[in-house]
Design a protein around this ligand. Structure first.
Ligand code: NAP
Length: 243
């Protein structure tokens, strides 16, 4: 399917997978509004501030984006994060709230706000995670959030059955982005170690999966794509080269 002339909203467009997807969508002729808190980092047709954890910010973003685009064909719910790598007894209220509000509530909110504007032939996509399919240690709140996201998408697919809107989740494995820098709260050494002695996925690899789902013929719904680095079988089981 040709994407030329279509319109899209991408959340989490300031970095990593979101930024790579914005680039690829624009190369395919899609007009893209990108949203994130660090709006100055977004390279899209229009960059707007967005905090998916905040109803007012999200509503204002969607209102401006849809007015600019004149209708919506593609929503890519990609904004998300993890905080910390600790056993759950070391967890705290603040990290749990941020992780759940961003990855779950934020995704429900953005989908609810955008859905009335999605045209027939539209497509709603999500960045899930291998963490939402198989637990790994010291990541319980993130695992809970991504399992929650997957449940929501299954429910949404049921509700949209019979309508001309496709739904896809890309469940990504180890991908080298700022994800680990955020998770380790700015500890660059720790973040770098996550990607050492292994060939992780690149943001472009994940963006390619998004583009694959979008460009199938209209009657084909790619429900889920699970993509991992070759050297991993789950979020917690990664084989590294000897250093
Ligand atoms: P990243 O480089 O840190 O990008 C995360 C993006 O989410 C940023 O653009 C960030 O923008 C945005 N974001 C975070 N909180 C937000 C909020 N409250 N409102 C709006 N935007 C927000 O990491 P990434 O790896 O590309 O992450 C993208 C998605 O992939 C996430 O859902 C993540 O859970 C998922 N994922 C990542 C991996 C991996 O290994 N990297 C694996 C599986 C799934 P601002 O900070 O500027 O707001």
């Amino acid at each position: 399917m040709n994407l030329q002339g279509r319109t899209a909203i991408v959340t989490g467009a300031s970095s990593g997978i979101g930024a790579a997807t914005v680039r690829k969508l624009r190369e395919a002729g899609v007009r893209v509004v990108g949203g994130a808190r660090r709006v100055e980092r977004i390279e899209a047709d229009l960059a707007l501030p967005l905090d998916v954890t905040d109803e007012e910010s999200s509503a204002a973003f969607v209102g401006r984006a849809v007015a600019e685009l004149g209708g919506l064909d593609i929503l890519y719910n990609n904004a998300g994060l993890a905080l910390g790598r600790y056993p759950f007894w070391e967890s705290n209220e603040e990290d749990e709230a941020t992780v759940l509000h961003t990855n779950v509530d934020g995704v429900l909110r953005m989908t609810r706000l955008c859905l009335p504007h999605v045209r027939d032939g539209g497509h709603i996509l999500f960045t899930g995670s291998v963490a939402g399919r198989q637990a790994y240690e010291n990541a319980a709140s993130y695992v809970a959030a991504k399992f929650g996201l997957r449940g929501f998408v299954y429910g949404l697919r049921e509700d949209l059955l019979g309508r001309d809107i496709r739904v896809t989740t890309v469940d990504a494995g180890l991908t080298e982005t700022e994800f680990s820098l955020v998770r380790f709260k700015g500890d660059a050494e720790r973040a770098k170690a996550v990607y050492e002695n292994v060939d992780p996925l690149t943001p472009d690899d994940v963006a390619d999966c998004v583009l694959f789902a979008l460009t199938r013929p209209p009657h084909v719904n790619v429900d889920e794509v699970v993509v991992k680095a070759l050297a991993q079988s789950s979020g917690g089981r990664i084989v590294r080269r000897p250093s």
